[in-house]
Design a protein around this ligand. Structure first.
Ligand SMILES: Cc1cc2nc3c(=O)[nH]c(=O)nc-3n(C[C@H](O)[C@H](O)[C@H](O)COP(=O)(O)OP(=O)(O)OC[C@H]3O[C@@H](n4cnc5c(N)ncnc54)[C@H](O)[C@@H]3O)c2cc1C
Length: 275
């Protein structure tokens, strides 16, 4: 294991591996990823791998659109099978409210320029004769949606990065991350792992949903200097509490009505209870 790197990424799920791949594509090859177990052994291993781009939020849709285009070329680029299947996607509206919601998907899709159509229930029935379309007042048809193997995608990212000079270290838990004193020549961060210490300019925390646990066996403890916006920006670290941008449609519409996204009274009750 190298003792210094420009970037250290903690966590070998799809996000860590994707970050590694994209850094390498930008020409940053002095980068490493450290995973405490095996690649994909976190949430990524469990994911169904469904890929969609039809959402009401522009930013999310842009991410999804980019990902699908990336997956379409990833197997050829890396030689790693990712089991991409693109049978398309249908979203059904059972009332005018849901139809309005789907029209926002249509608008976002048209702005971003991917294939998306508002069709009738009859047309949806022709596309998928196995659905019972009773009560459907309209649908969004999105060609190119489908599913992919999340483990294959992670391996493809990691293999590509490795072949370009990046290092992937498995079975090595990060136990601590310390900020080095300003002006230190050895680097800005000290990443302490079970197999030794690495210094780096940047640390990316991609340790997943259990990463926030501060006890040994959970997330590495990140010991910083002052956490001002300036130092966060310089070191590529996000402040711990960022406002999250949400599309808001679930919150706007769910009380007393059916959820626009997930049809049915069970979903309405769940949303009302969660509110
Ligand atoms: C049942 C299920 C179905 C899903 N279906 C879909 C779907 O259809 N479509 C979709 O887009 N998403 C789906 N998801 C969500 C998707 O799986 C996650 O959003 C994604 O896998 C998260 O990736 P990650 O890299 O952030 O986290 P993870 O995959 O959890 O990776 C984090 C990694 O960090 C490692 N780690 C943690 N702490 C340390 C440490 N101290 N040192 C070193 N390594 C450490 C862990 O071992 C782990 O490998 C699903 C999730 C589940 C559970």
């Amino acid at each position: 294991m190298r003792s210094s790197a420009r970037v250290v990424i903690i966590g070998g799920g799809v996000h860590g591996a994707s970050t590694l791949y994209h850094l390498v594509k930008e020409g940053w090859t002095d980068v490493m990823l450290i995973e405490k177990a095996e690649l994909t052994s976190g949430s990524t291993w469990h994911a169904a791998g469904q890929i969609t781009r039809s959402v009401a939020d522009y930013t999310t849709a842009a991410f999804h659109h980019y990902a699908i285009e990336l997956y379409e070329g990833l197997e050829a680029e890396t030689g790693q099978g990712i089991s991409l299947h693109q049978p398309g996607g249908l979203r059904l509206a059972f009332n005018d409210l849901e139809l309005d919601q789907l029209k926002t998907h249509l608008g976002v899709g048209r702005v971003l320029g991917y294939p998306i159509e508002l069709i009738s229930g009859f047309e949806a029935q022709e596309i998928n004769p196995f659905f019972d379309m009773t009560g459907v007042v309209g649908a969004i048809w999105t060609a190119g949606e489908g599913h992919v193997d999340p483990s294959g995608v992670t391996m493809a990212f990691a293999n590509f990065a490795r072949s370009a000079g990046a290092e992937v270290v498995r079975r090595n838990r990060v136990v601590e991350v310390n900020a080095l004193p300003a002006g230190s020549e050895s680097g800005n961060w000290q990443v302490v792992t079970e197999q030794g210490t690495v210094t780096s300019e940047h640390v990316v925390d991609a340790a997943g949903c259990y990463g926030h646990h501060g006890h040994p066996g959970g997330r590495a403890r990140v010991h910083g200097r002052q956490r001002s916006g300036d130092t966060d920006a310089r070191h590529g670290l996000a402040p711990p509490e960022h406002p999250v941008r949400r599309s808001g449609h679930l919150h706007r519409h769910h009380l007393g009505t059916e959820l626009p996204r997930d049809h049915g009274p069970a979903c309405t009750r769940f949303a009302a209870a969660a509110h």
